[in-house]
Design a protein around this ligand. Structure first.
Ligand SMILES: NC(=O)c1ccc[n+]([C@@H]2O[C@H](COP(=O)([O-])OP(=O)(O)OC[C@H]3O[C@@H](n4cnc5c(N)ncnc54)[C@H](O)[C@@H]3O)[C@@H](O)[C@H]2O)c1
Length: 435
């Protein structure tokens, strides 16, 4: 039995709080792909396939032909930022895509003007800008965001909207009293409670407007009871946190391989140099703490030192990020991994990943918005754990540990798509081939 999925008709509006490097690389990239100027490399929704039935059946459709996703021509973009640059100017400043390509998509990007942001310098300390909402309480600002969405939807003739946080990393904070219930959260908005972060106001405004929400940064944002209740009440799918792109992606590829072979590991030292605005924001210890928490969490969950003390109980894991402007978005991430084998004999692995941060993140934004919209039309609500594949710190149901192994995450994602379409789930048991 397949589940009922409403068709992907009409326009899908993608709204990003934050029109920086990631958001503009995503938007420019979609426009470039539409014009045949490049391929959507890195995007599972555009290039990936899903095997159906037996290995001998030879049924391997593209994911986008198997489930009803919105097409690239149906997407329209909008966003908020504290700076006044339009998406073309912001993309030029981000120095990710070359000038020639940007010139070709300039007419599309120039039209995307940032709406006035809800911003609080206590949450992002290293930057400040003029394009912000200043009037009223936090509740008034939430209302103003809802009005922005209404206006955007009308002006662009959108059938549906999805919001994805591509804003700066906010300082680390733990859930407080105000985050516990919807009533306390709404009271907090009225009283300008300092424990409510700007990203939470965007998430609240999205959910109140019936818009699915994803979080690409490590901020707490909607991972609080008050907003998770709202996802259930309004039947809205959500996911987060923190795009899994560079070094952590490598980690979740390698660590399951070491564990699969019962190889030990007693040290994993990771360091990065990064010169974009994200790198600048992460110089602030509070913002870095948010990032560090998500970056550190993966190894313990994958290697399970509690289950394998002889292999991983002494693991020393350290992650550093240094702001280094000359590199811009072209981050370099080094890993030194101290492993050991048979009888404890030591070995080392070195990784030097010369990556491009936003080039890796842009296709994830595309996949996430298309899948969240699919989930919404399929009637799925609350945390979408099958989208863990995209995140460093996947959100889960309370009390459930997150699955970080990227291959398990991918299997879960594809099995969810099979389930949606009433196809057999693939267990890889395969006894039938030997009957
Ligand atoms: N690029 C990657 O590989 C990657 C991976 C994981 C997570 N992320 C996260 O994605 C986010 C975006 O990264 P980026 O490289 O585009 O950063 P960026 O600094 O280029 O862009 C972020 C933008 O958000 C804006 N902003 C900050 N607070 C805002 C607010 N309250 N409302 C509206 N706009 C606001 C900033 O002015 C800035 O233009 C960051 O939080 C980053 O940590 C990126």
């Amino acid at each position: 039995m397949s589940i009922k999925i409403a068709p992907a008709k009409g326009k899908l509006g993608i709204l990003t709080p934050g029109l920086g490097a990631v958001a503009t690389t995503f938007m420019a990239g979609v426009e470039a792909v539409k014009k045949g100027l490049g391929e959507p490399v890195g995007s599972l929704t555009q290039l990936g396939t899903v095997r159906l039935g037996k290995r001998t059946d030879n049924r391997v459709p593209k994911i986008k032909d198997f489930v009803p996703l919105a097409g690239l021509n149906q997407l329209v973009f909008g966003g908020w930022d504290i700076f006044e640059d339009n998406a073309y100017e912001a993309a030029v400043n981000a120095r990710v895509l070359n000038a020639e390509l940007l010139r070709k998509v300039k007419p599309n990007l120039k039209k995307i003007m940032p709406m006035k942001a809800v911003f609080d310098k206590n949450y992002v300390k290293r930057i400040d800008g003029p394009n912000v909402k200043t009037k009223g309480t936090l509740a008034d600002k939430a209302e103003a965001l809802m009005d922005d969405m209404k206006k955007f939807r009308k002006e662009n003739g959108c059938d549906r909207l999805v919001m994805i946080w591509c804003g700066s990393t906010e300082v680390f904070h733990r859930p407080a009293k105000v985050h516990q219930t919807l009533a306390s959260f709404e009271q907090g908005l009225l009283k300008n409670d300092p424990d409510i972060a700007p990203s939470q106001i965007y998430a609240y405004a999205a959910l109140k407007s019936g818009v699915p929400f994803a979080n690409g940064a490590p901020n707490l944002t909607h991972d609080i009871p008050a907003l998770l209740t709202l996802t259930k009440d309004r039947s809205l799918p959500v996911c987060g946190k923190d795009f899994k792109t560079g070094q952590t992606y490598m980690k979740t590829l390698l660590a399951p391989g070491l564990k699969a072979r019962m190889l030990g590991c007693n040290g994993w030292f990771s360091t990065n140099i990064l010169g974009n605005r994200d790198g600048e924001v992460l110089e602030d210890p509070g913002s870095f703490k948010s990032k560090e928490e998500t970056k550190l969490s993966v190894l313990d969950q994958i290697l399970q030192p509690g289950l394998y003390p002889e292999l991983y109980k002494d693991l020393f894991h350290s992650v550093k990020i240094n702001y280094y402007p000359p590199r811009g978005d072209e981050k370099e991430g080094w890993d030194n991994i101290d492993i050991f084998g048979w009888l404890g004999y030591p070995m080392q692995i070195k990784i030097d990943f010369l990556c491009r941060d936003s080039i890796l993140a842009a296709p994830l934004v595309l996949d996430l918005v298309l899948f969240l919209d699919l989930a919404h039309r399929a009637g799925l609500k609350g945390v979408q754990e099958w989208l863990s594949f995209y995140f460093k710190a996947p959100m889960t149901a309370p009390g459930l540990y997150p699955e970080h192994d990227v291959f398990i995450q991918l299997m879960k994602l594809k099995n969810t798509l099979r389930w949606m379409r009433g196809e057999d789930l693939i267990t890889h048991l395969g006894l039938e081939y030997y009957d």
